[in-house]
Design a binder for this molecule. Structure first.
Ligand SMILES: Nc1ncnc2c1ncn2[C@@H]1O[C@H](COP(=O)(O)OP(=O)(O)OP(=O)(O)O)[C@@H](O)[C@H]1O
Ligand SMILES: O=P(O)(O)OC[C@H]1O[C@H](OP(=O)(O)OP(=O)(O)O)[C@H](O)[C@@H]1O
Ligand SMILES: [Mg+2]
Length: 283
């Protein structure tokens, strides 16, 4: 049987979450990064630990069948790959930022200005679309210090909390793109059975993360009001309790509006609400 290869980041922002996701999919492997390649003992898969910048091309060229990498890196490397699944971590935005005391107030004022970035391709396309010509200065890291050093008037870099911008006296100015980690595959790989199986496992883990398992007690006379608040569930399980006229309801609730839903359930008569994490949801 064919052995698949999946490329993940060796170390950095996406490494831990990528390893966690694959382990949650029931894949057994040693996380020895020094070996750079780790066989999975219970699935025909090998894990390649790489610099994130190299992952899109490895996948495009078929050296790896799959990869986990930020959308920003895919756009920057301009590869032809299939986007198979958004993964919900590594969320950040690529932004243009300027020094706090800077007088740049509109995007047009970036004309003729120097912008330092590690994302010259994405920034170049963005500026072109806006009809702006700036001097893009490509550097490989620590972009935020470049205005302070007199190397540029503005920067274009990834932002999540905004802490790095703030501590370098910069303010965000324009959103270029938002990004998160995604599973990518070689073009056409989505039709392969082993890849379909892996995607299905990943989706079952992601679905479970978005949902909580809830057990609550309710008096029969309030059962209808309580179940009316659980529209997403086909048919919650209703189990009789030793105490007559009382039942236990087992259901799942989306993480998104969890606390709102819980307070509505309480108002409708739910009591003794127990909430449990879900490991996987397989449709
Ligand atoms: N502050 C952040 N918050 C959330 N996600 C981020 C943040 N910064 C970067 N990312 C995402 O994580 C990815 C990896 O970031 P990291 O800083 O580890 O990259 P790197 O230094 O280029 O690593 P490598 O050594 O693999 O080349 C980025 O491409 C982006 O998609
Ligand atoms: O908005 P914040 O939460 O402060 O995050 C933004 C910072 O995170 C990333 O760098 P990282 O810390 O990954 O270091 P690196 O550039 O050396 O990889 C990015 O390049 C920013 O510098
Ligand atoms: Mg990198």
């Amino acid at each position: 049987m064919k052995t698949l290869k999946i490329a993940i980041q060796k170390s950095g922002r996406l490494n831990e979450k990528s390893v966690e996701l694959l382990k949650n999919c029931g894949l057994n492997f040693e996380n020895y990064k020094s070996s750079l390649i780790s066989p999975v003992s219970n699935f025909p898969l090998e894990i390649l630990f790489l610099r994130d910048d190299d992952i899109p091309e490895y996948v495009q060229d078929g050296i790896a069948d799959l990869g986990i990498v930020g959308e920003n890196v895919i756009q920057e490397t301009e590869v032809e790959v299939s986007y198979l699944q958004k993964l919900g971590f590594g969320k950040c935005s690529l932004k243009i930022a300027v020094p706090n005391n800077n007088s740049i107030n509109s995007i047009e004022e970036l004309n003729g200005k120097a912008i330092a970035t590690t994302y010259p391709v994405i920034l170049g396309k963005y500026l072109k679309e806006k009809g702006i010509t700036s001097d893009i200065r490509t550097i490989s890291g620590s972009v935020e210090i470049s205005p302070g050093l007199g190397l540029s008037d503005a920067i274009c870099d990834l932002v999540s909390t905004g802490g790095t911008l703030k501590s370098n006296g910069l303010k965000p100015f324009a959103d270029v793109m938002s990004s998160e980690a995604v599973l990518i595959g070689r073009k056409g790989s989505e039709d392969e059975d082993l890849i379909k199986e892996l995607i299905q496992r990943i989706q079952s883990v992601l679905r479970a993360k978005e949902t909580k398992y809830v057990v609550l007690n309710v008096e029969r006379k309030n059962l209808e009001a309580v179940t009316a608040l659980l529209p997403g569930v086909k048919s919650p399980s209703v189990v009789p309790l030793a105490e007559e006229d009382w039942v236990a309801v087992h259901t799942v609730i989306p993480e998104r509006d969890f606390w709102d839903r819980i307070s509505q359930l309480k108002q409708a008569g739910a009591q003794g609400i127990v909430v449990m994490p879900i490991e996987k949801i397989i449709l």
